[in-house]
Design a protein around this ligand. Structure first.
Ligand SMILES: *Cc1c(COP(=O)(O)O)cnc(C)c1O
Ligand code: SF4
Length: 399
């Protein structure tokens, strides 16, 4: 059965502007400041454009004390007004269910707060750190794993101690990889970002810098030629974007990603597996194929973290495995993300794969391929001494 959330041609790149903003001039539309200023932040803003369900109206009212609502006009335009189950809508418009905390849920599901040597710096793996550089995003995802600090209305405030963080990195030579995240680092001004990157690049043992950002999806207008010129001075610099549904990859997004790729920034994509958003093989296949067309390689597919109020958006683990089963072998290897669970409480990312190894002993491994055929792969044989001696003799007698 075709997935209802997909357009007739799910691989088509489209612009949705001006959509709900017919009066906006294109010069304004293309200005990231205009986009930020005109975000949908309140119930009244929303109701100007959409007929909300009762669950959504209640959700919006509850959100004010948990994770703020904010949606850029660019992203809001992807919402299908006639479909209450629109996969874009589910990601950014709060619902009543968000107010309920399931027994398995946590406010800090990945145990980040207990791995911070300096506030804002998560050092879980020996050789790399996650550096939270802001608590603000262009729009807010209802399943955000950091909703305890992100948006500024939740239970905690993000405290960044810039000087202490840089000094920790300077005196910790095992850190060779710094991942800037938040919130969304690309919401910072070019000059602020440049200062952070300059300071990091001055540390000799930091080989690799990454930025995790959903700005290319929420606010592609922010990916200006000036920003790209600045970023390319800090290579090797990678960017991990975050998109979940093929509809998010519009012509504007494709162009923004193209500008980053032209600046030599390798692009990876992180998706979160979400119920009613992208929990079908068909949607995932369209997403990963469109990502490759945008020069972004699918990196991780996350099982949704156990963040408070997320049970209506989470799927079973089996559904994620089934999606991978439907991709591997059936499409380009580059298109296939690694499915992972961030171990609850602080286990780090743990890979999950369908079981391709059926049995393994000292002699052989029994495997199955994507079509279900089985194959034996034997362990290497030891060459017998006599055979080697004979070969040696042959090689000396004739030289
Ligand atoms: C995800 C993450 C990283 C980066 O992990 P990779 O597998 O290298 O992408 C680093 N630190 C923390 C705390 C993370 O959550
Ligand atoms: S963009 Fe990232 S940090 Fe911001 S709300 Fe979404 S998931 Fe959270």
């Amino acid at each position: 059965m075709p997935d209802e959330s997909l357009a007739d041609d799910p691989l088509e790149f489209r612009s949705h502007a001006p959509g709900y903003w017919p009066e906006a001039a294109m010069v304004h539309w293309n200005d990231p400041k205009w986009q930020l200023k005109n975000r949908i932040n309140t119930l009244a803003d929303l109701e100007q454009h959409l007929d909300l369900t009762d669950e959504e109206r209640a959700g919006v009212l509850l959100a004010g004390s948990k994770l703020a609502m904010s949606i850029t006009p660019h992203f809001f335009n992807l919402i299908d007004r006639d479909d209450p189950d629109c996969p874009i809508r589910r990601q950014v418009i709060p619902r009543l269910e968000e107010g309920w905390t399931a027994p398995e849920e946590l406010s800090d599901p990945c145990g980040e707060d207990s791995h911070m040597p300096v506030p804002g710096l998560v050092h879980r793996y020996p050789d790399r750190v996650l550096f939270l550089v802001t608590d603000r995003c262009a729009s807010y995802c209802r399943y955000c794993t950091r909703s305890r600090v992100v948006s500024g209305v939740g239970e905690q405030q993000l405290e960044i101690q810039w000087e202490a963080a840089f000094r920790y990195l300077e005196k910790t030579p095992q850190v060779r990889d710094v991942l800037l995240s938040g919130g969304d680092p690309l919401l910072l001004s070019d000059s602020k970002l440049e200062k952070i990157l300059t300071r990091l690049r001055a540390i000799p043992h930091i080989q690799f810098i990454r930025i995790g950002s959903r700005i290319p999806i929420f606010l592609p207008q922010r990916i200006t030629p000036e920003l790209c010129e600045m970023l390319k001075r800090f290579h090797p610099l990678f960017i991990s974007i975050h998109s979940n549904h093929p509809k998010e990859l519009t012509t504007e997004v494709r162009d923004a990603l193209g500008r980053l790729a032209d600046a030599g920034v390798p692009l990876g994509n992180q998706s979160v597996l979400l119920r009613g958003v992208n929990d079908s093989a068909e949607v995932q296949r369209a997403l990963v194929h469109k990502l490759l067309m945008c020069r972004a390689r699918p990196y991780y597919l996350y099982q949704c973290d156990l963040i408070t109020g997320s049970s209506h958006l989470r799927t079973s683990v089996g559904e994620g495995l089934e999606i991978i089963e439907n991709l591997r072998g059936h499409t380009t290897g580059y298109a296939i993300p690694q499915f992972v669970i961030d171990g609850p409480g602080g286990g780090g990312k743990i890979p999950l794969n369908p079981d391709y190894v059926l049995a393994r002993d000292d002699d052989k491994t029994v495997l199955r391929n994507y079509e279900g055929e089985t194959f034996d792969y034997p362990e290497p044989s030891e060459a017998p001494a006599e055979a080697l001696a004979e070969l040696k003799e042959q090689s000396t007698c004739c030289s």
